[in-house]
Write a protein that binds this ligand. Structure first.
Ligand code: GLU
Ligand code: MG
Length: 438
């Protein structure tokens, strides 16, 4: 069969899906300048049915311009198509960043962090830990974390690791998780915008490898409303301009330095509203229920997998400051990593700007308290549904500023339309709809 190389350029949009267009590889030099054409409403394509109403309608033209730093060119062997794509920025036709570009939302957040203090030049270092269901194995009771479950996924894990490496990422771990047919992959941390680019590539490579084996890597927030969810946990810390870690101070509460405390306090302060960005599916809220190692309270816990924000352990005696990081556990893969990490950085910046502080570590444990005592100790319940989360986000004046009016209203409109489209389905039906898409 004859053929010529095709390249795809996409962005991870408001639905958390990578969408864009393909073109002949030999046109790349031109496309790096002119991008490919997009309509404004392309950013909010509905995963569940006809096009929802959008603020943009059918009018307007934009360009999606590939960023060469995101290049993925992975050969899958003689009998399989290669995976060639770039992630890109949505620009206006006169080459300015478009106000509703998700990638630019994160880029602006990273810049705001960097400019808080020009001397220190802070940046975020982040790594995504992503859970998904691999359909190429049967579920067996007792499979949780077992060598047997590790073995039964066959060649998927090794091919996935090779694909990540060929795509320029550094895999950290691959493991059978708690849920039925569930696996998890973590990659090494990277800085700023690149961290979210890698999270997108990480997800797409899981799908790419599973697809070539005839299966799926399903990243929907939860497949069975009574089961275990797929979390996307975001590990983060801050570095200064000389790449020194700056959030660790063993002498202070939570071992957080002053800047670390302020950054985390900003996230904690905005957390209930941020949930609408980081856990943006109707089914996200079936995952955020008790006894699933998923958070239900907006709180900071030390080495606590039930907390929304978890101070991670330091392993061994060396390199404490280098290792020290916080894990944000309220995200899932229905969220675009650009919006999820962007929201965390914006909220952290808000915490630094307003010198926000953390409540003291609760004594006794939060889990030994009743709801009123928990709230007195500074924790608040997470929203119980997407509708509740969206109302909190809509009321968050700071979030409106981070996005800008047009982007903020478009996001709310998009997610409220999703709520309406899925209204009336049972929880199991809702899970199935998301599993088909993600
Ligand atoms: N599956 C859990 C979640 O939905 C997380 C389990 C873990 O701690 O890795 O977030
Ligand atoms: Mg996990």
């Amino acid at each position: 069969m004859i053929g010529e190389p095709l390249v795809f350029v996409g962005t991870c949009d408001l639905a958390g899906l990578v969408r864009g267009k393909g073109f002949p590889a030999e046109e790349l030099p031109l496309r790096l300048r002119k991008g490919i054409g997009l309509a404004h409403s392309n950013i909010m394509m509905s995963p569940f049915g006809p096009i929802y109403e959008t603020p943009f309608g059918t009018e307007g033209d934009l360009m999606l311009v590939p960023d060469t730093s995101t290049k993925v060119d992975v050969e899958f062997g003689e009998y399989s198509a290669a995976e060639r794509f770039y992630l890109g920025d949505i620009m206006t036709t006169d080459e300015r960043p478009w106000e509703c570009c998700p990638r630019n939302f994160l880029r602006r957040a990273v810049l705001a962090l960097n400019q808080i203090n020009r001397q220190s030049g802070l940046t975020v270092l982040a790594a995504f830990e992503q859970e998904f269901v691999y359909t190429g194995v049967e579920h067996r009771p007792g499979a949780t974390y077992s060598l047997d479950a590790h073995r039964r996924q066959g060649s998927f894990g090794e091919s996935y690791m090779a694909a990540l490496r060929a795509a320029g990422l550094t895999p950290d771990s691959f493991l059978p998780e708690y849920g039925a047919r569930q696996y998890e992959v973590t990659i090494a941390p990277t800085r700023g915008l690149r961290a979210a680019d890698e999270a997108v590539i990480q997800r797409e490579m899981a799908r790419a490898v599973a697809h070539r084996l005839g299966y799926r890597a399903i990243h929907a927030p939860i497949l069975d409303p009574n089961g275990i969810g797929n979390g996307t946990h975001i590990h983060f810390s801050l570095r200064d301009g000389a790449d020194r870690p700056v959030i660790y101070d063993p002498a202070r509460p939570y071992r957080l330095s002053v800047v670390g405390e302020r950054f985390v306090a900003g996230i904690l302060h905005h957390l209930p509203a941020l949930t609408a960005i980081t856990a943006p599916a109707v089914s996200s809220y079936y995952r955020l229920r008790p006894n699933r190692w998923a958070p239900t309270w907006a709180n900071l816990g030390v080495q606590d997998r039930g907390a929304s924000l978890r101070i991670c352990p330091i392993f061994g005696r060396d390199g404490a400051a280098q290792q020290f990081n916080i894990e944000y556990r309220v995200a899932d893969a229905a969220a675009s990593p650009y919006l999820a990490l962007g929201a965390l950085v914006w909220a952290g910046v808000d915490g630094i700007r307003h010198n926000r502080s953390l409540p003291p570590p609760p004594e006794p444990s939060l889990w030994d308290m009743d709801a009123a005592e928990r709230e007195a100790a500074g924790a608040r319940p997470l929203p119980r549904s997407l509708g509740e989360a969206l109302d909190l986000l809509a009321a968050c004046a700071e979030a409106r500023e981070w996005f800008g009016d047009r982007f903020f209203d478009a996001y709310l409109q998009f997610k409220r339309a999703e709520l309406r489209v899925l209204d009336g389905l049972t929880e199991a039906e809702t899970c199935a709809r998301y599993a088909d898409v993600y």
